[in-house]
Design a protein around this ligand. Structure first.
Ligand code: RB5
Length: 146
């Protein structure tokens, strides 16, 4: 798969390890920044990742900030994006299985890099369960009405 990756300064320390891990799983990575530890604005990177996924230049996205929350709020403003924060192996599975998330967000200030790697692997390997499609369609309808 092609994976768009983005983080802000809160994620910069673990960025290289996460990208290497994603590549080690056989994926190609589109690096959307940030590239330094300087304070920056997470919506800038959320937008880049979300656009790559929405325009189908990437299959999925990974966004890391302090909590994962700001990244998810920003990415979800882009049409077609279902960005979800996960904080455990189970939630990593459920955002794929139930929510058909196409962007996974996580918080570098609340999880170890090894935990986030394990969640990414689960997110990539878990399939959407189509019995939830009706709910996803309702989310899409809200997006079209807005
Ligand atoms: C940056 O300090 C922090 O606000 C950001 O990384 C993120 O946690 C926002 O949701």
């Amino acid at each position: 798969m092609k994976i768009a990756f983005g983080c802000d300064h809160a994620g910069i320390e673990i960025k290289d390890k996460l990208i290497s891990f994603i590549k080690s799983l056989g994926n190609e990575v589109i690096d959307c920044g940030t590239d330094s530890a300087a304070s920056c604005d997470y919506p800038d990177f959320a937008l880049k990742v979300a656009e790559n996924v929405a325009l189908k230049k990437a299959d999925k996205g990974i966004l890391i900030c302090g909590t994962g929350i700001g990244m998810s709020i920003a990415a979800n403003k882009v049409k077609g994006i279902r960005a979800a924060v996960c904080w455990s192996k189970e939630t990593a599975q459920l955002i794929a299985q139930h929510n058909n998330a196409n962007v996974m967000c996580a918080g570098a200030r609340f999880a170890s890099v090894d935990d986030i790697c394990s969640w990414i692997k689960i997110f990539f390997e878990t399939n959407f369960e189509t019995r939830h499609q009706k709910r996803i369609d309702k989310i899409t309808q809200i997006e079209q009405q807005a």
